[in-house]
Design a binder for this molecule. Structure first.
Ligand code: 5AD
Ligand code: SF4
Length: 443
């Protein structure tokens, strides 16, 4: 059958879609990029905020005419929204298949059961063991490969749906991960990004994340290793030392803060205080002075006052992040916050706070980028700067290539003779808050 697969959400979902391609291939299913051609449409979904759900419902609406037109046509909702809403999704008339993140091995069987019939099937059990460790993902070609090192999450931050959609935390074995990374290097991937909801709780028979990342960075052919994300509550010294000492581990840490007020951090069950977070930032900068730090923030968590918000803004000034992803709180079904704390910050207040915080961060990012003017940075080439789906509008420039610094900032520079996956030195002469512009130079 011809299968069209669309992916929303985080890198873990991108990775899962690669696994799904591998699960379907031996059953004679063929992937297609044209939805009109497909007999099976699979949408791998996200549940993290309400607008993720809205987007999927919009997409399902767009499939209505195809569903009417075609006799053999299956629409399956996969991933986090499937796990979160379960049968509720059958209320949408096009959906006949619902499959959660731990049930992808059943996909071929489930597709066979529903295709050409009026049946609906759902499989959304969470597993304590499934890591898909034996399945080699079918990746689209590129410079970077995502590698899930663990699945699920045991943190239960009160706002977050992930522990309910992806279940309990489980790690893949080091050997299993290393053999995947070795084969990636042979296939020409130059960068791997290790993925987990909280990489600092990775464990494999007494070995921890720092042991794993050092081994991954030693795989011949891999030039850069990234990871996302660690939880600030249990950041181990050996990991800092690993990042500091290994030239192929990127000097970038994404360290989600979520809020700068102790009262809100407590309601979020983040288990650290503002002071502890700042102390960690200091220790990171002392150990690795050139580190790039990025973060995630939620504004408008229940009961957040202007004073609480000001504490977050103040921490931005003290913490000097290179960049930040800032979100408005969105109440999620099944979470602790949805049961305990009414979503009482008015939408216009959330909007006002997000706008102010984005403006503040933009000024800080611009300042930090300006400090790079005149410096020569090592850039891993991603591809053409005006390629489809690449980067922000500001980085689309014909005749130019783009790439990433170690700190994960986008750099745009006149086209070189080198292709994606090559490291070049670029001297920076101009910047915006999100992009560096430069010229390639000989070192
Ligand atoms: N509302 C808004 N943002 C959220 N995030 C997680 N859950 C929610 C929610 N309910 C944000 C957090 C997390 C990032 C991936 O998404 O900042 O780090
Ligand atoms: Fe990824 Fe979380 Fe969205 Fe699931 S809910 S796709 S884990 S961001």
């Amino acid at each position: 059958m011809k299968v069209y697969l669309e992916t929303y959400g985080c890198q873990m979902n991108e990775y899962d879609s690669e696994l799904i391609r591998s699960i379907l291939a031996p059953h004679g299913h063929e992937m297609t990029a044209a939805v009109e051609e497909a007999e099976v449409v699979l949408i791998n979904t996200c549940a993290i905020r309400e607008n993720a759900h809205r987007k999927i419902y919009g997409r399902l609406d767009m499939l209505r005419p195809l569903k009417k037109e075609k006799k053999r046509f299956v629409v399956g909702v996969l991933g986090c929204m499937a796990q979160n809403l379960k049968e509720e999704l059958f209320d949408h008339p096009v959906v006949s298949l619902i499959v959660g993140p731990d049930s992808y091995r059943s996909l071929p069987k489930l597709i066979d059961e529903v295709i050409g019939t009026d049946r609906q099937e759902i499989e959304a059990y969470l597993s304590e063991y499934e890591t898909y460790g034996d399945i080699a993902p079918t990746r689209v070609e590129g410079v970077n490969a995502w590698v899930a090192i663990m699945r699920g999450c045991d943190n239960f931050c009160t706002f977050c749906v992930v522990p309910y959609t992806r279940g309990r935390e489980r790690s893949r074995s080091i050997e299993n991960i290393l053999s995947e990374v070795r084969s990636l290097a042979q296939k020409g991937y130059r960068q791997v990004t290790l993925l987990g909801q909280n990489v600092n709780s990775y464990r494999d028979e007494g070995k921890r994340f720092a042991d794993l990342i050092l081994k991954v960075a030693d795989v011949p052919g891999i030039e850069r290793v990234r990871f996302t994300s660690p939880h600030p509550k249990d950041f181990p010294k050996p990991l800092l030392e690993a990042i500091a000492s290994h030239p192929r581990i990127c000097k970038h840490i994404h360290l989600p803060l979520q809020a700068g007020s102790d009262r809100i951090l407590d309601l979020m069950a983040r288990t650290y205080t503002r002071k502890e977070y700042l102390r960690l930032v200091e220790e990171i900068r002392r150990t690795i002075p050139e580190i790039a730090l990025t973060t995630d923030i939620i504004v408008g968590f229940p009961t957040e006052t202007e004073e609480d918000f000001q504490e977050t803004a103040g921490l931005f000034k003290d913490g000097q992040f290179d960049s930040a992803y800032i979100f408005k709180y969105s109440e999620r079904k099944g979470t602790i916050a949805s049961r305990k704390y009414p979503d009482d910050v008015p939408p216009e207040v959330k909007t006002d706070r997000i706008v102010r915080l984005i403006d503040l961060q933009r000024a800080i990012s611009l300042q930090k980028n300006r400090e790079k003017i005149g410096r020569t940075l090592t850039v891993l080439i991603d591809g053409e700067a005006d390629g489809p789906g690449k980067g922000a509008a500001t980085s689309k420039r014909p005749g130019h290539q783009m790439g990433k610094t170690e700190g994960n900032t986008t750099v745009v520079f006149p086209r070189t003779p080198f292709g994606p996956g090559t490291m070049v030195s670029v001297r920076i002469h101009d910047v915006s808050s999100s992009t560096l512009y430069g010229r390639p130079v000989e070192r």
